[in-house]
Design a binder for this molecule. Structure first.
Ligand code: CAA
Length: 257
């Protein structure tokens, strides 16, 4: 596929997707979604890819869903559009995915960052859900994922006032995992993704699946799911290799199965 709104490349075992609509501050239109889904499916199918990084530009990770595309919508277009379910599919990617965020991550941009497994933010990053200023509300999971990530107080504050949160506040709130200088953002994301991609892929995917259960079930059910996955991990060659290497005092060489 020829990509026009994103850039796609592989750096070792890490798949990179870079949103690339500089004139619109990487606003997320249907084309961006279509291309991200294509790239994400290709990385899912590529056995050499062990982790994925999603990023934007220095100025904007993404300044939201494309307001100009949505502006003429009526209820029927908004309701019938496949936009939200497409993003649901993107959020359900099974391989580990890191968001590397510099500049604006607003509205849909913040929501897409939250769809990733964790966020590494540059010091310049600014997060917000300013949909209220447009007469609407977040529509790509923002009210739900943010409330689960940072709790009710700050989610209400951000969604009801439309204000932006800088990288430091986002880290203190638990929205982002790490904050790094802007110049180090991409290298830091690559380094983190390489570490993940060096481990057993099925073990990493099971860990991701288990953690995500924490957000949509009870503690009892979540613990049960974790226990089943933990036991299943003992059927992996990588478990034999990982534990064998520890006992033999050598570095493990995971074969990713
Ligand atoms: N959609 C479409 N175009 C956008 C955009 C968006 N979300 N954000 C920025 N752009 C465009 C601007 O229209 C402008 O284009 P033109 O040069 O053709 O006029 C270009 O990007 C540069 O933007 P600005 O001139 O506004 O840049 P700035 O530095 O002055 O301001 C900003 C930057 C504060 C991020 C400002 O652009 C802004 O407020 N953007 C909108 C943020 C927003 O409201 N996002 C939520 C969108 S709704 C949503 O996401 C719904 C959902 O949950 C699904």
């Amino acid at each position: 596929m020829d990509y026009t709104s994103i850039k796609v490349e592989r750096r070792g075992r890490v798949g990179w997707m870079t949103i690339d609509r500089p004139k619109a501050l990487n606003a997320l239109n249907t084309q961006v979604l279509t291309e991200l889904l294509q790239a994400s499916d290709a990385f899912a199918a590529d056995a050499e890819v062990g982790a994925v990084v999603l990023t934007g530009s220095e100025r904007a990770f993404a300044a939201g869903a494309d307001i100009k595309e949505m502006q003429p919508f009526g209820f029927a277009e908004a309701y019938l559009s496949d936009f939200a379910s497409g993003w649901d599919r993107f959020a359900n990617a099974r391989k580990p995915m890191i968001a590397a965020v510099a500049g604006y991550a607003l509205g849909g941009g913040c929501e897409v960052a939250m769809m990733c497994d964790f966020i590494i933010a540059a010091e310049s990053a600014k997060f917000g859900q300013p949909e209220i200023t447009l007469g609407v509300l977040p529509g790509m999971g923002g009210t739900q994922r943010m409330a689960r990530a940072i709790g009710k107080a700050k989610t209400m504050d951000l969604c009801l006032t439309g204000r932006m949160m800088d990288a430091g506040e986002a880290e203190r709130s638990g929205l982002v995992a790490r904050v790094v200088p802007d110049a180090e953002l991409l290298a830091e994301a690559q380094k983190a993704a390489e570490i993940i991609a060096g481990f057993s892929l099925p073990a990493a995917m099971m860990a991701k699946e288990a953690i995500n259960r924490a957000f949509d079930t009870t503690l009892t059910e979540g613990l049960r799911a974790e226990r089943r996955l933990f036991a299943a991990a003992f059927s992996l060659e990588d478990q034999k290799e990982g534990m064998g290497a520890f006992v033999e005092k050598r570095k493990p060489n995971f074969r990713h199965r």
